[in-house]
Design a protein around this ligand. Structure first.
Ligand code: F6P
Ligand code: MN
Length: 297
């Protein structure tokens, strides 16, 4: 049985990075507890004009407080904050991106949601290829941690003693046959519609939950292609480069999969602003290479 700390120590990564990952991963407990007290919708909108439920806000504020007290984070960009938050007393150079509660519309119906974290050195305004580490906590029947410190992807589960224990070492995404596409079908652009039709004709099976972190976790395990495309009226797509696409794409790429914006490796895109949106194709390597080669998306 390998605990998260034992694994991190074995990688030879910086102690401060190990402390930071462990600290954030431990916040799964208070966040899960808050599911009971912070469920209701509140009369407010987040900075992108979306209805914000109390739990998003709570998770964001909680994580920001933990970052500040830890002195392990130099700056943090959050999906719930309009500006980068700086922590001048930090003793490290780590810059974090967080999606405090991805898939939050599913909280009301008790489906899996999660927290997504990207760790950079210096600044968050860098392409995803520069990530130093990326991980997510998925709040399903179990609390699962998916992590890479650029030495493969490993899965852990939180046990009753409150320790993360490794459940799967060196995850490799298979060339599986699941598919998903966000946005209304009537708004799909022709190239995307053609590609989805090709997948259906090839016997791919639809799996889409409405929680990006939970969907990508499933694709990591079973393989296939998850997409949230550019669509009529929103050619940038819906999902966010910094908070969603880069950390999850980095993890999938470390597991031998790929992430693309339809044309090239999404991890090479330099963010232009915090709210940079991108069309996303993420999953098994073969199907993404085929899409880039044969469909001009
Ligand atoms: O954070 C955005 C998000 O909630 C993702 O987790 C999810 O994949 C997507 O939006 C769902 O969007 P839609 O409701 O348009 O399918
Ligand atoms: Mn999100």
């Amino acid at each position: 049985m390998t605990t998260l700390r034992q694994y991190l120590n074995s990688t030879g990564c910086d102690d401060k990075l190990a402390d930071l990952i462990e600290l954030v991963a431990q916040q799964a407990k208070p966040i899960r507890e808050a599911f009971i007290s912070n469920q209701e919708y509140v009369d407010s909108e987040n900075i992108y004009g979306e209805t914000q439920i109390a739990l998003d806000k709570w998770s964001n504020e909680h994580l920001m407080k933990i970052f500040k007290e830890s002195n392990l984070v130099k700056e943090a960009a959050s999906e719930e904050e309009a500006e980068i938050v700086k922590f001048p007393d930090a003793k490290t150079d780590y810059a974090l991106t967080i999606d405090p509660l991805d898939g939050s519309s599913l909280v009301q119906v008790n489906l899996a949601v999660g927290t997504i974290v990207g760790v950079y050195e210096g600044s968050v305004m860098q392409p995803g290829v520069n990530l130093r580490a990326a991980f997510y906590m998925l709040y399903g029947p179990l609390t699962v941690l998916g992590l890479t410190v650029k030495q493969g992807v490993h899965l852990f589960a939180l046990n009753e003693e409150g320790d993360y224990v490794m459940t799967e070492r060196d995850v490799r995404i298979p060339e599986g046959k699941l598919y998903a596409s966000g946005a209304l079908k009537k708004d799909w652009l022709p190239e995307h519609a053609r590609f989805i039709k090709y997948l259906e004709d090839e016997g791919y099976k639809l799996r889409y939950s409405g929680s990006f972190v939970a969907d990508v976790h499933q694709y990591l395990k079973y393989g296939g292609l998850f997409s949230y495309p550019a669509y009529k009226g929103k050619e940038t797509g819906k999902l966010r480069l910094l908070f969603e696409a880069n950390p999850m794409g980095f993890i999938v790429s470390e597991a031998w999969g790929r992430i693309s914006n339809g044309k090239k490796n999404l991890l090479e895109i330099k963010p232009e602003k915090l709210d940079h949106r991108v069309p996303i194709y993420v999953g098994s390597r073969g199907v993404i290479e085929k899409m880039e080669k044969e469909y001009d998306i």
